[in-house]
Design a protein around this ligand. Structure first.
Ligand code: ADP
Ligand code: ZN
Length: 531
């Protein structure tokens, strides 16, 4: 009844104030918590930093019994439990890092009803012993954190998550709450279905992070560009730099350190002790930069990360959003900065082609990459494009806080340039039966008599030198954008360029090819050139 509602109401708010020391709920938190406290199932989509934890922690405190939290982030459980205990919450965890005795203590506390929250790794739930244990205690709520791990198409798929569908059968009266920051409609559907939560209420928070400024710059010398960016805008700030390979993580961390910016590497090739040490330095110190592969950051809760920089292209918009979302959780101005170039496109396309996955997997990976490339190449508001990707309505007049809003890029009619590139690819293939990568194609267009051009007689082609009107950098931009628009494709381990079905429409002059202008770079000293 009405009175019952208001009792719950004040109890949840009182818990927020008393235990967590916060004055008010944020966004959807209150609605979610009310619903779960009243015994309902919930699927919660909230961006990273949105405050998902309280959505299950408060119901666990308000309802009788122990809240069971399923989380794949074993490395963080100790920290999470310590943080809760510091607030006076009776929390514990069971995972593979414990010895037998430690586990026994936690189990006994659970059975005695002395725990508010119990964190479990998903692989534990497969075990009969765990199921037995759970059925001998009293459970207030099941929270399934990082619920997108149930999605077989995602990067984070955990087979053990599939077993979580039994929770509803075995404990029909215990509410379940699934939480994730991954937002696409497909993932959302999959979570609901695979966790068997048909009656769940869905709570979808806004994905806009207005305090993050999105910027994507053309890549020339990424480490130097990064250094200039950090010196100009983020001196002394904490931040994360993402690179694709361990090797470039190491070299970038070294480069920054040598140039007076304190930076440490983080990747799966480092031993666990070093990784833990670097992570805790990052959390505790004020202005440390972590250079990392994507292995770093899942579940990291540091409010004052002032920038996230990408030196390599993320594989999907979801990945980009999650990684950049680690900046500015405190709501203060922060930057998401990325350097992106032709080689990123070629490298990612090659990775997809040489992957072990089946045809369907490749098609999905290619679709993910295409959305990411569209974000990089757009001449319109980046935030608008991001929100639209997540199915949310962007502001049609732009956000005013991304590079394309702040300095709208110029576009030009690249139809003829596109035709020149495509004709060169066609000639090589038709007349010579050859395929080459972007470098050789551009050398031919520029009329450069390099060793390889002479070796293959490419100076005899009719297209030799027809592209002297553009610079090498501009040609790389043209090729990159053609790849991004699907008007050109990459093939094989050498990344040779080949036509797509859509290429023909350009060659037949049936469509125009608008391109973004490449920003001017400091002129490279070209000997003898006066133009
Ligand atoms: P998520 O799991 O969604 O990434 P968290 O639950 O870790 O986010 O919360 C992010 C940060 O916001 C944490 O530091 C948390 O303490 C803080 N926070 C959450 N809810 C509130 C609130 N209602 N008022 C103030 N701070 C909050
Ligand atoms: Zn914008």
């Amino acid at each position: 009844g009405v009175t019952e509602m208001s009792v719950t109401d004040s109890e949840t708010l009182a818990t927020l104030n008393r235990v967590f020391g916060y004055e008010a709920f944020r966004g959807e938190q209150e609605a979610v918590i009310e619903h779960v406290v009243a015994g309902g199932d919930a699927v919660v989509l909230m961006p990273t930093g949105g405050g998902k934890s309280l959505c299950y922690q408060i119901p666990a405190l308000v309802r009788p019994g122990t809240g069971i939290v399923v989380s794949p982030l074993i490395a963080l459980m100790q920290d999470q439990v310590d943080a809760l205990r510091a607030l006076g919450v009776r929390a514990g965890f069971i995972n593979s890092t414990q010895d037998f005795d430690e586990r026994r203590v936690v189990e006994a506390e659970f059975l005695a009803g002395e725990l508010d929250l119990l964190y479990l790794a998903p692989e534990r739930l497969r075990l009969d012993t765990t199921m037995d244990l759970l059925s001998r205690g009293k459970i207030s709520v099941f929270a399934i954190d990082e619920a997108h791990c149930v999605s077989q198409w995602g990067h984070d798929f955990r087979p053990d998550y599939l077993t979580l569908s039994v929770l509803g059968e075995r404990w029909p009266d215990v509410p379940r709450i699934a939480l994730t920051a991954t937002a696409t409609h497909a993932t959302h559907q999959e979570i609901t279905q695979r966790l068997d939560m048909p009656r769940a209420r869905h709570f979808v928070a806004s994905f806009d992070r207005p305090n993050i400024q999105y910027r994507i710059v053309p890549k020339s010398d990424p480490r130097k560009q990064l250094l200039a960016f950090l010196r100009a805008e983020h001196a002394g700030d904490a931040g994360i730099v993402y690179c694709l390979s361990r090797n470039s993580v190491e070299r970038t961390a070294e480069f920054l350190s040598q140039h007076g910016i304190e930076a440490v590497p983080y990747h799966a090739g480092l031993d666990a002790g070093t990784r833990a040490a670097h992570q805790s330095r990052f959390l505790r110190e004020d202005g440390l930069v972590v250079v990392a592969t994507i292995a770093f950051g899942m579940g990291i809760d540091k409010p004052d990360v002032r920038f996230v920089a990408h030196l390599d292209l993320p594989k999907s918009v979801e990945g980009y959003y999650q990684e950049t979302g680690r900046a500015g959780r405190d709501g203060l101005p922060s930057t998401a900065w990325m350097a992106y170039g032709l080689n990123d496109v070629i490298q990612q396309r090659k990775l997809i082609q040489s992957s072990e996955g089946d045809e369907a997997f490749r098609r999905r990976a290619a679709a993910h990459l295409d959305s990411m490339l569209a974000l990089c190449e757009t001449a319109r508001c980046r935030r608008g494009q991001l929100l639209a990707y997540f199915g949310q309505e962007p502001d049609p007049s732009g956000c005013g806080n991304c590079d394309t809003c702040l300095t709208p890029p110029e576009t030009w009619d690249g139809t003829i340039a596109a035709q020149k590139v495509l004709s060169t690819v066609v000639r090589l293939q038709r007349e010579r039966g050859q395929k080459f990568g972007a470098g050789q194609i551009i050398d031919i267009l520029l009329g450069k008599r390099t060793g390889r051009v002479i070796q293959f007689d490419h100076d005899q082609l009719s297209v030799f030198g027809i592209g002297e009107d553009l610079t090498e950098g501009e040609w790389r931009g043209v090729v990159r954008q053609l790849l991004a628009q699907g008007l050109l494709a990459v093939e094989g381990e050498y990344g040779t360029l080949v036509l797509t079905d859509a290429s023909a429409t350009v060659l037949r002059r049936e469509r125009k090819v608008p391109l973004r202008k490449e920003p001017k770079r400091p002129a490279a000293s070209r000997s003898g050139s006066s133009s």
